[in-house]
Ligand binder design. Structure first.
Ligand SMILES: NC(=O)c1ccc[n+]([C@@H]2O[C@H](COP(=O)([O-])OP(=O)(O)OC[C@H]3O[C@@H](n4cnc5c(N)ncnc54)[C@H](O)[C@@H]3O)[C@@H](O)[C@H]2O)c1
Ligand SMILES: [Zn+2]
Length: 363
C-alpha cells in the first residue's frame, strides 16, 4: 500500500493507492460514516465497481445509497448540479458527512462542487476510476461544472478528505481512455522530472497493457508530483500550479475545435498540445530540437497525437488562435504559455505573442 500525503495545513489529506483496495474501502470509509448512511455518486459505466464498494460497506455494517448519473461531460451542468444537491439534501446530508465520488473526472468535479456548496461545504471522498482522474483530477481540490460560455467556468476550490485509488478498476476502462489519461502521466516527466520521462519511455507499453506494478508506480509518482505542486500553490496564484497546464493552451484550442466532443478526448488534446509546446520552444531556440523529436516519437509510439494533423482535425492556424483568445486563462490581454528549455524543464512565459503562435502553427 502506498500513502501519499497532500500537505495543506488544516485541509491536508491522504491519497491511498493499492490494487484491490476498493473491496476493502470500508476500512477507510466506516470511520468517516459516523454510523450514518453514506451517499455514493457514480455514473452508469461504473456499476461493477459500485457493487464492489457497496459490498465492502455493507459487510462492515455501513448503509449506503447510490446516486447513478448519466456518463459524459454534459453531466457537469447546472441542471445536474441542482438535481444532485436536491437529492443529497433529501438524503439529509449534514456538513460533517462525507459524500463519495466514485467515477472519472466528470463525477469528481461535479460531486466536489456540489459538496463545496452544500450547507456551505460538506465533506467528500474521491474514489477515481479513470487513469486521468487517478493521476490528476481527484487530487488538488479543483471542482467545477461547465456553463454556456465554456468548460469549468463555474467552480470552487474544495479539497477532498481522502482519495482512495484502486488501479484494478482500470481493467474495465476502454484503452482509448487509458491512453488519454496517460498523457497527464507523461506530463509530470516533461514538467520537471526527466528521469520519470525515461521511465515512461521504458514502461508506457506495460502500463497501457495493465501491468500492475507499472500502474502503481505511474499513479503514485504522478500523485506525488501533483501533491508537491498543489502544496506549493494551492490556488494557482504563484505560477507553480500553472506548470500543470503544460500542453493545455494548445490542447484547449484543439478541444474547442472538436467542440469538446468525443472526437478529441481531453488527454488527446493535451498530448498534441505538449508536442506543440515543445515544437514551439524548439522553433524559438529555447529547447533542443532533439527533445521535441523525442517527445513526438514517444507519443506516436503509444498512439497519442503528436501535433495538429495527428488529431484528425483540419483546423487552420487562424481558427486555433481564435480559440485561444477565448481561453479562460486569458489575463488582461495576455495568454500565459507553458514552454520548455528541454524535457523536464518547463517554465511559464506570459509574454508569448499570439502572432508568433499563429506563424508557428501555420508553418
Ligand atoms: N479537477 C481537476 O483538477 C481536473 C483535472 C483534469 C480534468 N478534469 C476534468 O475531468 C473530466 C475528464 O475526466 P475523465 O477523463 O475521467 O472523464 P469521465 O469522467 O467522462 O470518464 C471517461 C469515461 O469513462 C467512463 N468510466 C469511468 N470509469 C470507468 C471504469 N473504471 N470502467 C469503464 N468506464 C469508466 C465514464 O463513464 C466516461 O464514459 C473533464 O470534465 C475535465 O474538465 C478536472
Ligand atoms: Zn488536463
Amino acid at each position: 500500500m502506498t500513502t501519499i500525503p497532500v500537505s495543506l495545513g488544516a485541509r491536508s489529506y491522504d491519497v491511498v493507492i493499492e490494487a484491490g483496495l476498493l473491496s476493502r474501502a470500508a476500512d477507510w470509509l466506516a470511520p468517516l460514516s459516523r454510523g450514518r448512511k453514506m451517499a455514493i455518486v457514480t455514473d452508469s459505466n461504473v456499476l461493477p465497481h459500485l457493487e464492489t464498494l457497496q459490498k465492502s460497506l455493507s459487510d462492515a455494517g455501513v448503509a449506503s445509497e447510490a446516486i447513478i448519473l448519466n456518463p459524459g461531460e454534459s453531466t457537469k451542468s447546472w441542471s445536474q448540479l441542482e438535481a444532485l444537491t436536491d437529492r443529497l439534501l433529501d438524503l439529509g446530508i449534514e456538513r460533517g458527512d462525507h459524500v463519495v465520488a466514485l467515477g472519472g473526472g466528470v463525477i469528481g468535479d461535479l460531486v466536489g462542487f456540489a459538496c463545496a456548496i452544500l450547507k456551505r461545504g460538506c465533506g467528500f471522498v474521491q474514489i477515481p476510476t479513470t487513469l486521468l482522474a487517478q493521476v490528476d483530477s481527484s487530487v488538488g481540490g479543483k471542482t467545477a461544472i461547465n456553463s454556456r460560455a465554456g468548460k469549468n467556468l463555474i467552480g470552487a476550490f474544495h479539497q477532498p478528505a481522502l482519495v482512495l485509488i484502486d488501479p484494478q478498476v482500470l481493467d474495465t476502462l476502454p484503452l482509448r481512455q487509458v491512453r488519454a489519461g496517460y498523457a497527464e502521466v507523461v506530463k509530470y516527466g516533461l514538467i520537471d522530472d526527466p528521469e520519470f520521462f525515461d521511465w515512461c519511455e521504458a514502461n508506457a507499453a506495460a502500463l497501457l497493457a495493465g501491468d500492475p506494478d507499472a500502474r502503481v508506480y505511474a499513479i503514485a509518482h504522478s500523485v506525488a508530483a501533483k501533491a508537491r505542486i498543489v502544496a506549493a500553490d494551492e490556488r494557482e496564484t504563484t505560477g507553480v500550479r500553472a506548470l500543470l497546464n503544460l500542453g493545455h493552451t494548445f490542447g484547449h484550442a484543439l478541444e474547442a475545435e472538436a467542440g469538446f466532443s468525443d472526437r478529441l478526448l481531453h488527454g488527446e488534446g493535451v498530448a498534441a498540445g505538449m508536442a506543440l509546446a515543445f515544437g514551439y520552444s524548439a522553433a524559438h531556440g529555447l529547447a533542443p530540437t532533439a527533445d521535441s523529436d523525442r517527445l513526438r516519437t514517444h507519443l506516436r509510439k503509444i498512439g497519442l497525437p503528436d501535433g495538429v494533423s495527428a488529431t484528425g482535425l483540419t483546423a487552420s492556424a487562424d481558427t486555433l488562435v481564435d480559440h485561444m483568445l477565448h481561453d479562460k486563462k486569458m489575463d488582461a490581454g495576455t495568454l500565459p504559455f507553458l514552454l520548455a528549455r528541454g524535457i523536464g524543464k518547463t517554465f511559464l512565459d506570459t509574454s508569448v505573442d499570439l502572432a508568433d503562435v499563429r506563424a508557428f502553427l501555420a508553418a
